[in-house]
Design a binder for this molecule. Structure first.
Ligand code: ATP
Length: 371
């Protein structure tokens, strides 16, 4: 099969299982992001792909050839590290030409190639500068040019934007994606930033505890998360505990209908998940399904959107609307909130006694979507 294929890859360090049962296909010419929280195994997986580490079990193949035991220097993979790892004593041009000199490419050819690559990353005017005289974004461009010098079959990037400030990071994400599309090179990017993954990737692999939780396009992962973890890690989500009765979900006495009736058995505890932009404010007196009532505890305008925090008897529900929307409720007012049935997701839940108070998922991930 074309592309990079991992079969049942596992990595065990002593008593730590860093990766378990990883089956993945990285299609040729596509950009795949490995996304997940700290410690989920992203870097371990990238190092195994690069040949810098060996899997405890499993195999890797590239375009049908087994590369499981092929040493890193024989893989023809280009890699950009978090730190960029440039040589400070060499000029920009020499850094880019370095790997070509190791491969025995003659001097005039390597300088020409370095010039072409520096052109490509818009650094042609910096050829003679020292690395210490460059900004973070310029260093990153040099690191990318250097990694591309050997025309790698696979391009690997480990948190390539983490050393850059927020604004530059956004710009470089777009630039890197455009460059990858122009070169049509199979690329794998490790990141813990969901915005970065969504900006750049054809496919995202969401990882958790050494496992791949879900693989899909950015839209799939956001609109159709397959687990509560994915729903909480990608974007924001309201989580509400309920019980199934007669194909409907009940949260206390309030009934909720899903577009497709719940397939859970009667009495099963479930967790409803709804993105804030799929929650609408409505009148307290409205008697429709999919509605809760509560009091507004907080309102904030975050640029184009307004968020209204409503404390209901099922926990906090956040409603997000355009800032220009006419409907406005003030802190302390009572309001209804209606969850759109066509965007309600339902997962197996915990028994009521064990279920805690529901809140908006994953405060620690909110910085990823707040920008
Ligand atoms: P981060 O985003 O913080 O870089 P990560 O998702 O890249 O995290 P890894 O660095 O792959 O995570 O680590 C996965 C797990 O394996 C962690 O529990 C880590 O402590 C463990 N681990 C990684 N390398 C080693 C090692 N050389 N020896 C022992 N344990 C290791």
């Amino acid at each position: 099969m074309a592309g990079l294929v991992l079969k049942d890859v596992r990595k065990i360090y002593g008593d730590v299982t860093a990766l378990q049962n990883i089956d993945l296909v990285f299609p040729s010419g596509k950009l795949t992001a490995l996304l997940g929280p700290s410690g989920c195994g992203k870097t371990t997986l990238l190092r195994i792909i690069a040949g810098l580490d060996t899997p405890t079990r499993g195999s890797l193949s590239l375009n049908g050839d087994d590369i499981t035991t092929l040493p890193a220097n024989k893989r023809k993979f280009g890699m950009v590290f978090q730190s960029f790892a440039l040589f400070p004593h060499l000029s920009v041009g020499e850094n880019v030409a370095y790997s070509l000199s190791i491969s025995g490419v003659e001097k005039s050819t390597r300088l020409k190639r370095a010039q072409e690559l520096l052109d490509l990353v818009q650094m042609a005017d910096f050829q003679d500068r020292r690395i210490g005289q460059l900004s973070g974004g310029q260093r990153q461009r040099v690191a990318i040019a250097r990694a591309l010098a050997q025309e790698p079959e696979v391009f690997l990037l480990d948190e390539p934007m983490s050393a850059l400030d927020a604004q530059l990071r956004e710009t470089m994400q777009v630039e890197l994606r455009l460059l990858q599309q122009q070169l049509n090179i199979t690329t794998i990017v490790v990141t813990h930033d969901q915005r970065e993954a969504m900006t750049m990737a054809d496919e995202i692999v969401v990882m958790s505890n050494g496992r791949s939780e879900q693989i899909g396009s950015p839209t799939d992962i956001y609109q159709r998360p397959e687990t509560p973890f994915v729903a909480s890690f990608i974007g924001k989500a309201n989580f509400i505990d309920g019980i199934v009765r007669g194909g409907r979900i009940f949260v206390g006495d309030d009934a909720f209908d899903l577009e497709k009736p719940a397939s859970f058995v009667d009495g099963a505890p479930v967790q409803l998940v709804c993105r804030p932009e799929n929650v609408e404010l409505c009148s307290v007196d409205e008697t429709s399904p999919n509605k809760l009532t509560g009091s507004v505890s907080f309102v904030r305008d975050v640029g184009p959107t307004r968020e209204v925090f409503v404390e209901t008897n099922a926990g906090r529900v956040i409603c997000e609307m355009p800032s220009s929307a006419g409907a406005f409720v003030a802190q302390g007012e009572n309001t209804g909130v209606r969850l759109r049935s066509n965007s309600l997701l339902c997962f197996p839940g915990q028994a009521p006694a064990a279920a805690g108070k529901q809140t908006l998922a994953s405060a620690s991930h909110q910085e990823n979507v707040a920008a």
